[in-house]
Design a protein around this ligand. Structure first.
Ligand code: DGL
Length: 271
């Protein structure tokens, strides 16, 4: 047993979709979440900036006694993590590998769609990994930057989201992908609209589900699962006013988080 915490970070509140899956699969773990709400979005930033922000997020989390760190952000995972391999004592996981493995295992026709932020798609991380797992897989990837704004502004299930999805998903539909990786934290909230556009025969891969499984497997293997009492389990830190995070975060997490979020000056942790 190991009751130390798991540290999760994201560019904002989107990583709560990953945290939700982790809480569902491992309800006795203690989790500290950092959302860089003051510097979101990461998805449209340069590699250097994403790397700098990711390093500071990790530096902040290192102040806690952690047994594992997770980049719950598609952009940080795809862009910064490959450059940070082996630099930390605490194991550091991202969302890309578990999702790519899942998609490669699910596809029947060998055509996998990937959607994510501009940064995630430009990194080519999914394409590389999928080709490494199975060179016969054809990957069709599309950056969908408007999706984040639609979700954060409450339009996830409105007609405008469907219209935007029809435009973005056209190349994936045309290629006949039978599997689609939702490669950005916000996209699981667009599941309904995406299924309306692509049809229900396309399997949607939510990376949060698979990273949670990977965490469980690793902790089980290392005999590091926790037994933490319910009311001591979760804490949240953000780099901007917690009010917005608490309001929208409860929608992402599907449970109230009021009173649990604190503000941190992330610049203090930035090189
Ligand atoms: N969390 C980011 C991701 O999953 C989306 C928001 C952003 O661009 O920072 O890539």
């Amino acid at each position: 047993m190991d009751n130390r915490r798991i540290g999760l970070f994201d560019s904002g509140l989107g990583g709560l979709t990953v945290m939700k899956e982790l809480m569902r699969l491992l309800p006795s773990e203690s989790i500290v979440y950092f959302g860089d709400t003051g510097r979101i979005p990461y998805g449209s930033k340069s590699v250097d900036t994403i790397l700098k922000y990711t390093k500071s997020d990790i530096r902040f989390l290192q102040d806690f006694d952690l047994k594992m760190m997770v980049a719950a952000c598609g952009t940080a995972s795809s862009t910064a993590l490959p450059l940070l391999k082996g630099q930390y004592d605490v194991p550091l996981l991202g969302v890309i590998e578990p999702a790519a493995k899942a998609a490669a295992g699910v596809t029947k026709n060998g055509c996998v769609g990937v959607i994510g932020t501009a940064g995630t798609i430009a990194s080519g991380a999914y394409k590389r990994l999928l080709a490494g797992i199975n060179p016969d897989i054809q990957t069709v990837d599309v950056a969908c930057p408007l999706f984040v704004h639609l979700v954060e502004n409450g339009f996830a299930e409105k007609n405008v989201a469907k219209e935007v999805a029809e435009e973005y998903l056209e190349p994936i539909k045309k290629a006949g992908a039978d599997t689609l990786i939702l490669g950005c934290t916000h996209y699981p909230l667009l599941r309904k609209v995406i299924t309306e556009v692509l049809g229900d025969k396309v399997t949607l891969i939510n990376p949060g589900v698979y990273v949670a499984e990977e965490i469980k497997a690793r902790l089980t293997e290392a005999d590091q699962l926790a037994e933490v009492p319910y009311d001591e389990q979760y804490s949240f830190y953000v780099s901007d006013d917690p009010a917005g995070f608490v309001r929208l975060g409860s929608v992402f997490l599907e449970r109230p988080i009021s009173g649990l979020a604190k503000q941190v000056d992330i610049e203090q942790f930035t090189e």
